[in-house]
Design a protein around this ligand. Structure first.
Ligand SMILES: Nc1nc2c(ncn2[C@@H]2O[C@H](COP(=O)(O)OP(=O)(O)O)[C@@H](O)[C@H]2O)c(=O)[nH]1
Ligand SMILES: [Mg+2]
Ligand SMILES: [Zn+2]
Length: 296
């Protein structure tokens, strides 16, 4: 007799057992009897799988849209990048997450939290990113001030939370539930203990959509990245001006202004000075690493 399998999604992994949710919303704890891998990688939270319901076993994994590795999560549709007046924003990190998201086909949304403390961060974010990211929201998670438009963005999608420790990701998650599901921690305590409270990925079925608190998005490294990929893809708002550059391999830094459309746009105030400065600095680092490695 031919087996019929049920499709489900892995939402949690507890020491070898996988909690899955079927399309009809039923939650089951399964094991993977055989070794199942997707392109050489182990099963992850977020994976769509076929299960044998009677056996409570995972039999197959379906193709992934994308995957983040630390912590492992698959099939993320969008990422909320959290920023706050405190801790002081790490703009290199924001740029990096945006770049990784675009490489992985994940839609980025900027969320400026703790606007009850100050609105200056929101202004800085708008100045630098309104040409880069379509959605920028201001919230105050502790005061339950979360715009309806942001809540609507979450519907029917798997959304990852990313950003520095202490920006309020867990507080936001708790606010969505209206009760505490995730541990929050004052910034001073975090520094003392030097730990991140979120180590394992878990998908939370909030009333507004599925959320995974990744934290570790911030740990992703862009090691061994080819400088030309960085030049072409990391700062997408440069692209229209790069078309005006006099030669194809222009890196927009070491060329003369007369030959470079991006530097001209910078002088005319068409692109953010801060974004450009970080671009130039990161490109220098990446180029050095690439030369050390490959000698070209
Ligand atoms: N003033 C203020 N503090 C907040 C807000 N959201 C979170 N916090 C505080 O920021 C600290 C870190 O929050 P947490 O959710 O643990 O941050 P996470 O590390 O990103 O998960 C906690 O002390 C929260 O109470 C907010 O909207 N306003
Ligand atoms: Mg947290
Ligand atoms: Zn150029």
């Amino acid at each position: 007799m031919k087996q019929t399998y049920t499709q489900a999604q892995i939402v949690k992994n507890i020491s070898g057992r996988y909690v899955v949710v079927t399309q009809s919303g039923q939650q089951l704890s399964c094991i993977a009897r055989k070794k199942i891998a997707y392109q050489g990688q182990k099963l992850m939270v977020g994976d769509y799988v076929q299960i044998d319901q009677q056996n409570q076993s995972i039999e197959n994994v379906l193709p992934r849209q994308n995957a983040l590795t630390r912590p492992p999560v698959a099939n993320i549709a969008q990422v909320l990048i959290f920023i706050a007046p405190q801790p002081e924003p790490d703009y290199f990190l924001i740029d990096k997450i945006l770049f990784i998201a675009s490489l992985q086909n994940i839609t980025p949304i900027l969320v400026v939290n703790k606007t009850d403390l100050s609105t200056q961060t929101l202004q800085h974010i708008q100045q630098q990113y309104s040409a880069v990211v379509r959605h920028i929201f201001a919230i105050s998670a502790t005061n339950n001030q979360i715009p309806q438009a942001l809540l609507s963005c979450l519907k029917g999608k798997l959304t990852a939370l990313a950003g520095q420790s202490g920006v309020g990701k867990s507080t936001f998650l708790n606010a969505l539930f209206g009760k505490q599901v995730a541990k929050t921690q004052a910034i001073s305590q975090k520094i003392e203990r030097g730990v991140n409270t979120t180590r394992h990925a878990e998908i939370y079925p909030t009333p507004y959509g599925q959320i995974v608190d990744t934290a570790g998005f911030s740990l992703l490294e862009l090691k061994h990245l080819a400088p030309n990929i960085f030049i072409q893809k990391a700062y997408p708002e440069f692209a229209p001006y790069a078309q005006q550059c006099k030669f194809a391999g222009c890196n927009h830094v070491t060329t003369s202004v007369q030959q470079c459309g991006v530097q001209q746009a910078l002088q005319q105030g068409l692109i953010s000075k801060e974004r450009y400065a970080r671009y130039a600095q990161t490109l220098e680092t990446i180029t050095k690493e690439w030369k050390n490695r490959y000698g070209t």
